[in-house]
Design a protein around this ligand. Structure first.
Ligand code: ADP
Length: 269
């Protein structure tokens, strides 16, 4: 059953035009005694959007958080298997987790700007990492990050006001700008639009589409239409297992597995 044809077919690896950025092999995760991920194999392709879909509790966020070791912060978590970023094992003991997270940034479900000015939200991490130090370097980086997040025109005249005073959709774009500011290669997004209204959601989806030219994006979404709209690749999880991984068109129009078909046609979940 678990033999190579199925295993290989779930990896979505046969797309040489999109090199592999993150190679996940046999990933298993336990919270205490409870196993939440079972032998997950995924190739995340460079400068593509990969969507993680599946019913609530199937392990999407747990998987996502393995890609920048956010699960390290959870007590009693145990992780086995390999996660390689550009061929380097991110779980190697020599890896500096703070550095790793500057390469693999994260945007959360609920916009979480720091309780600081818009300017400081962006400038904080680059200053910390020594990416920009002088005032003019920081000014440039703040502007370019806000531009890339599609927020500059809305906030250019009030950079010193608190980030928390923005609308929900603007706050989420601020968080994306903050993630971009340290020039990550990969951006993880955990249901980034689920707390937003339809208009703000559409803006975030357009932004994701633009960002994929420069960043590898992995996005958890419970919204199948959103996955179909934004993602080149989609991974379907069920009860901690990766059921199917393929390019999004194939997964939605011609799924290989009955479970996938049942899910995308709304029979459960
Ligand atoms: P999804 O993102 O698909 O909703 P999760 O990855 O959040 O799924 O959860 C997968 C399983 O792991 C669920 O059974 C959930 O209750 C459990 N889980 C998630 N986070 C933790 C945690 N910090 N401690 C213990 N169990 C957890």
């Amino acid at each position: 059953m678990a033999n190579s044809p199925v295993r290989e077919s779930t990896r979505g690896g046969n797309h040489p035009e999109h090199p592999v950025k993150v190679d996940v092999r046999n990933l298993r995760l336990w919270y205490g005694d409870t196993q939440a991920l079972f032998d997950v194999n995924v190739n995340v392709h460079d400068r593509q959007v990969t969507a993680l879909i599946g019913p609530s509790g199937c392990g999407k966020s747990s998987f996502l958080r393995c890609l920048n070791r956010m699960n390290d912060l959870v007590p009693n978590v145990r992780i086995e298997g390999a996660v390689e970023l550009d061929g380097e094992d991110i779980y190697d003991p020599s890896v500096d987790v703070v550095q790793l997270r500057s390469h693999v940034g994260m945007v959360f479900q609920k916009p979480n700007p720091f309780p600081k000015s818009i300017y400081e939200n962006i400038a904080y991490a680059p200053r910390l990492h020594g990416i920009a130090t002088s005032r003019s370097e920081l000014d440039d980086l703040v502007e370019s990050s806000l531009r890339r997040a599609g927020l500059w025109n809305e906030v250019a005249d009030r950079l010193q006001t608190p980030g928390t005073a923005l609308s929900g959709g603007q706050q989420q774009r601020l968080c994306i700008a903050r993630a971009i500011a340290v020039s990550p290669e990969v951006i993880l997004m955990d249901e980034p639009a689920s707390a937003l209204d339809p208009l703000a959601t559409a803006t975030i989806e357009e932004l994701i589409d633009e960002l994929k030219d420069n960043f590898t994006i992995v996005i958890v979404t419970h919204n199948l239409q959103q996955a179909a709209r934004v993602a080149g690749y989609t991974a379907f999880f069920h009860m901690g297992r990766l059921v199917e991984f393929n390019d999004t068109d194939t997964l939605f129009t011609n799924p290989r597995e009955q479970k996938t078909e049942d899910y995308i046609t709304g029979r459960y979940g």
